[in-house]
Design a binder for this molecule. Structure first.
Ligand code: SF4
Length: 330
């Protein structure tokens, strides 16, 4: 059985924006990014705001245009580049890959009852082989099962989104993602709009659903405590690039990249000295040569300003991109 559900190779995503002086500028949101997401794991992406985390998640679901690269996904047991799918394959991919957005207040249609919100994906995708022969009774049963799987009572189905709390709305958004029985879910900051007291409940629910349905998650968050608790593996992203990948233990116990070290040191639970980053954060429309972190890195060397670091592999699970390890400095 194939181990990876998603394989990304040399992915580039660019946006065009207009500057205050009406000049067209390119924003390099994802730059030459490669990674694999294994079947049944929670792979988290961490990094500062604007580093390209959400763009990566949207690119994998084809919600934004990709400039170049490959995103392969297992569809009907064979890897297909999702950027080149035909209409039928794309439908199938959309059924098996879903997204949970950050804000459950804006992601649910306020004019629809919860029953209709959950029914909509089943109707929109009714040409799919797995849904074609469903009767109204089958659809009602799927909706009922799904609302209960996310911990809500069936009476919720006759209500509108505004009648629920933030945590309950996020449960409904999760139910909507689940109703098509996906394999892969992008969870884009799914708890950051919620009260701290509710966050743990939603995190535990995602973990429970992952186990129950053998789901694979790309979990996007800036909250390192949540990432540490939930993730099997973690990718650290800086200005559109992955700078380190490892298991949760690799990243949190033995971080290797200076940016990862700085990020972890800023986490409220950190007991070591805080690393204060000085130097300017480059604009994503004007990226520096060499290592993109060199303008802020306390270990930067001459080579870092011109040469992009290649991969250093520490173990089967842990790698980073930094000249310190290639130059024998560490
Ligand atoms: Fe710092 Fe150089 Fe490593 Fe980049 S490559 S993180 S600038 S030491």
């Amino acid at each position: 059985m194939q181990n990876n559900l998603i394989e990304i190779k040399n992915l580039f995503v660019e946006y065009k924006i207009e500057s205050a002086l009406n000049e067209q500028k390119k924003v390099f949101a994802v730059n030459d990014l490669s990674l694999d997401i294994k079947r049944g794991e929670i792979f988290s992406i961490a990094g500062e705001s604007g580093c390209g985390k959400s763009t990566l998640g949207k690119a994998i679901l084809r919600l934004v245009d990709v400039k170049s690269g490959e995103i392969c996904s297992l569809i009907d047991n064979s890897y297909k580049n999702i950027l080149k799918l035909n209409k039928k394959e794309l439908k199938k991919f959309r059924q098996q890959s879903q997204i949970i957005f950050q804000n459950p207040y804006s992601s649910l249609n306020p004019k629809m009852k919860i029953y209709d919100i959950l029914k909509e994906p089943l109707i929109v995708n009714k040409e799919l082989e797995s849904l074609r022969s469903l009767t109204k009774k089958d659809i009602d049963q799927i909706i009922l099962d799904t609302i209960e799987q996310v911990g809500l009572d069936r009476s919720a189905l006759s209500l509108y989104p505004h009648e629920f709390s933030g945590g309950q709305r996020q449960r409904i958004a999760i139910a909507r993602a689940l109703v098509l029985k996906p394999q892969f879910i992008v969870a884009d900051e799914p708890v950051s709009a919620l009260d701290v007291s509710i966050q743990a409940q939603i995190i535990n629910l995602l973990n429970y659903l992952k186990e129950k349905f053998n789901l694979t998650f790309l979990f996007i968050s800036h909250d390192l405590s949540v990432i540490k608790y939930l993730s099997d593996r973690v990718g650290i992203m800086y200005l559109g690039e992955i700078v380190e990948i490892g298991t949760s233990e690799d990243i949190f116990n033995t971080p290797k990249h200076p940016y990862t070290e700085a990020l972890l040191s800023a986490n409220p639970g950190n007991k070591k000295d805080k690393i204060i980053l000085t130097g300017d954060l480059p604009s994503p429309s004007d990226l520096p040569l060499g290592c993109k972190f060199h303008t802020r890195c306390q270990h930067a060397m001459e080579i870092c300003k011109t040469v992009t670091p290649s991969k250093t592999q520490f173990s089967e699970t842990h790698c980073t991109y930094c000249h310190l390890y290639q130059n024998g400095e560490r």
